[in-house]
Design a protein around this ligand. Structure first.
Ligand code: SF4
Length: 356
């Protein structure tokens, strides 16, 4: 079983624009990520692994390293294979083949190819236009730094483009309660940070900030120089405060459904585990092992006491019987369960992890 040993927190040397929003929502999560050397304690969704491959392909297309469909297909297959081998090494064989485990695999591949056509048609050879992909930029004080997907520099104009493989916009309510679509705030802040980094390195701000999705839709991010500077200062002071919290051991955690649902460091988070003792809307369960049953078909169910609630978790494999049986009256934490229709009944999934 998995055990979280003593935690050794480390100072975070730099905040990246892509990490800033998450750090703002829960600084403790960033400290846990650093303590575990950014190795998640739980598997992420298979869609996220495909997203990593799609983003890599977008980078290669924007760098001009994939020019036609033959190169695209060969590179795509290769990147998928590399990712699947990595998943197997991590013990996540159940996500392989990715094609069978993610939504809209074929559709996403087709959408990605549209970028290929646009890249081959783009005026890369035009004089006076500089396409810079995967450019690392950091502030002079080195406290904020990140890699920009694509910078397009012309005589009087500079555009910074960030590629996203998921949704870029979200529903927002106006004063009358009507909804409208807006670029997610976290992406707006990310791009403003990139703009400030560009300024810090080049002495001038970009003229346009854009996000491009898989379907090749482009979304502009409006900005002012003051806004970019404000986000930059906010990021630096957040970094300083977060690092200070290690010395004072006054950690700023912010447990909530939105923050914790997808946090991959939940097993090591004492604030979340405390939160979980009273909240039931997560797909995780903590409590004392009270009983375990092995059925004729080999399936194992464990019965856990959480406060005054008795929780049953079904669907474990036979080999878990001995473990649960020898851990009666001990505290266990079960992550990534499926909540069944009946209250306090859960079932194990292929991504379920047990931590002591
Ligand atoms: S589990 Fe929640 S409170 Fe804990 S680090 Fe993650 S986001 Fe923060």
């Amino acid at each position: 079983m998995n055990v979280i040993g003593n935690l050794t927190f480390k100072k975070i040397s730099r905040v990246s624009p892509s990490q800033f929003h998450s750090m703002k929502n829960c600084a403790y999560k960033s400290l846990l990520a650093e303590a575990f050397e950014k190795k998640p304690l739980l598997p992420v969704s298979p869609n996220a692994y495909l997203g990593t491959v799609l983003h890599k392909m977008l980078e290669l297309i924007s760098r001009g390293e994939i020019k036609n469909e033959t190169e695209f297909n060969s590179k795509f297959d290769n990147e998928i294979l590399l990712m699947e081998n990595d998943l197997k090494e991590k013990g996540y064989d159940f996500f392989v083949p990715l094609q069978m485990n993610v939504r809209d695999y074929g559709m996403k591949k087709i959408q990605l190819k549209k970028h290929l056509r646009s890249a081959t048609a783009s005026p890369r050879e035009q004089t006076g236009i500089n396409f810079i992909s995967e450019k690392w930029l950091e502030s002079k004080d080195k406290l904020v730094g990140g890699r920009m997907d694509l910078i397009i520099e012309e005589a009087d104009e500079t555009e910074i483009i960030d590629f996203k493989t998921g949704a870029i916009t979200e529903d927002v309510f106006d004063d009358n309660g009507e909804t409208y679509l807006e670029v997610k705030n976290e992406y707006q802040e990310q791009l403003k940070l990139y703009a400030y980094l560009y300024f810090d390195c080049n002495g001038k701000f970009p003229t346009q900030l854009s996000l491009v999705d898989l379907a090749k839709q482009k979304f502009d991010v409006e900005f002012t120089e003051e806004e970019c500077k404000a986000v930059f200062e906010e990021a630096k002071s957040l970094l300083t405060e977060t690092n200070k919290s290690i010395d004072t051991a006054t950690f700023k955690a912010n447990p909530s459904e939105d923050n914790c649902k997808f946090c991959l460091y939940r097993p090591a988070c004492k604030f979340y585990l405390q939160f979980l003792t009273t909240e039931n809307y997560f797909n995780d369960v903590c409590g004392l092992v009270k009983d375990v049953v092995k059925y004729q078909n080999g399936n194992v169910s464990v019965f856990v006491e959480k406060g005054n609630n008795k929780i049953s978790v079904t669907g474990f494999a036979t080999d878990k019987f001995e473990y649960f049986n020898s851990n009666r009256n001990k505290q266990i934490n079960l992550f990534n369960l499926r909540k069944e229709a009946t209250e306090f009944v859960y079932s194990a999934t292929k991504t379920t992890k047990i931590y002591e």
